[in-house]
Design a protein around this ligand. Structure first.
Ligand SMILES: C[S@@+](CC[C@H](N)C(=O)[O-])C[C@H]1O[C@@H](n2cnc3c(N)ncnc32)[C@H](O)[C@@H]1O
Length: 295
């Protein structure tokens, strides 16, 4: 078996790339990460992700070496490439997406939790979520704040997937949590009151939404004067159950972030002009958090 001792990372990454051309699983020996001056376990995990692999549990070979095994992710097993009959059910209960739980991904959880804390979610009165799907974004709020605070806030979640909404309704059998099946573009039809927190994660860049004018209309027509935004922009892809860093871009075989940066910076500049304090955080999901200055 290939044994790496003091080879540099460029040499190793080239070796890995080459091996993966003909194998779906590869193993190699590396110096024990727990010993001083050796490459850490994180380096082998990062390398696995960059080569679209899952790293299996390393095996201790002796006190100086461990065995690393990479298994190629099945790129077909991704909702990004899945074909669905009805556009509205692309993210429904039968989709690959439905089994993903973002709240159990540390980089997502950390950034979303910080954003909720920054907007003081427990003090908000009415939270509107666009693209709520199965309700994960409400679930984290419920876990984060006291029941007393949660029950005082009104929540509305909008989505066009009936199956996802049916599931979400069963998860939140509460009078203060409501779900509406509606095209987000036709939000006005619901005649909802203005919200003092609007959350939308992984949704506004959807091809069915005209992102820039829609964002402006959200601020003008659906947010109270002291309202806040939490917008999440995916900088990642879900492949074979793993969250892989890097935005998926049309026409590029690798991750490319121009569209992501354009959309994020548009929102940041627009909201700053409208007197919001705007922060950008996160990694696999970029979080834009905007709170009104002076309130
Ligand atoms: C990528 S998913 C994100 C869901 C959830 N926010 C999350 O991050 O897990 C996008 C969601 O928005 C919904 N959606 C997309 N375009 C929509 C539209 N025009 N009207 C209503 N819902 C829409 C989809 O059905 C889906 O549930």
């Amino acid at each position: 078996m290939q044994k790496f001792t003091n080879q540099n990372l460029l040499y190793i990454t080239n070796w890995v790339e080459n091996k993966l051309k003909t194998s779906t699983q590869i193993s190699f020996l590396v110096p024990n990460p727990d010993r001083e001056n050796n490459k850490s376990l994180k380096i082998w995990l990062d390398l696995a992700e960059l080569h679209f692999c899952k790293m299996l549990m390393p095996k201790v070979v002796d006190d100086k070496f461990i065995q690393i095994t990479y298994q190629k992710l099945n790129q077909e097993n991704s909702f990004h490439s899945a074909k669905v009959e009805a556009r509205e059910e692309k993210y429904g209960t039968e989709s690959i997406f439905f089994n993903i739980n973002k709240n159990e991904e540390p980089t997502f959880l950390h950034a979303y939790k910080k954003a909720l804390e920054a907007v003081k979610v427990q003090e908000r009165k009415y939270v509107l979520n666009l693209g709520i799907n199965k309700g994960d974004e409400f679930e984290l709020i419920e876990q984060l704040i006291s029941k007393e605070h949660f029950d005082k806030i009104e929540f509305s979640g909008i989505d066009h997937s009936q199956s996802a909404l049916t599931y979400a309704k069963e998860r939140f059998p509460k009078d203060n949590v409501k779900f509406y099946r509606e095209d987000i573009n036709a939000l006005k039809n619901l005649a909802l009151p203005k919200a003092d927190l609007i959350i939308s994660i992984g949704t506004l860049q959807s091809p069915s939404i005209n992102y820039k004018p829609f964002l402006m209309s959200l601020l003008q027509e659906h947010l109270t004067d002291d309202g806040a935004f939490i917008l999440g922009f995916p900088n990642s892809r879900w492949i074979d159950g793993e969250l892989i860093y890097g935005a998926k871009a049309p026409n590029y075989p690798y991750s490319e972030m121009s569209l992501l940066f354009n959309d994020v910076i548009f929102a940041k500049k627009y909201l700053q002009q409208k007197k919001f304090r705007v922060t950008l955080t996160g990694r696999e999901y970029i979080f834009l958090t905007a709170t009104k200055i002076g309130v």
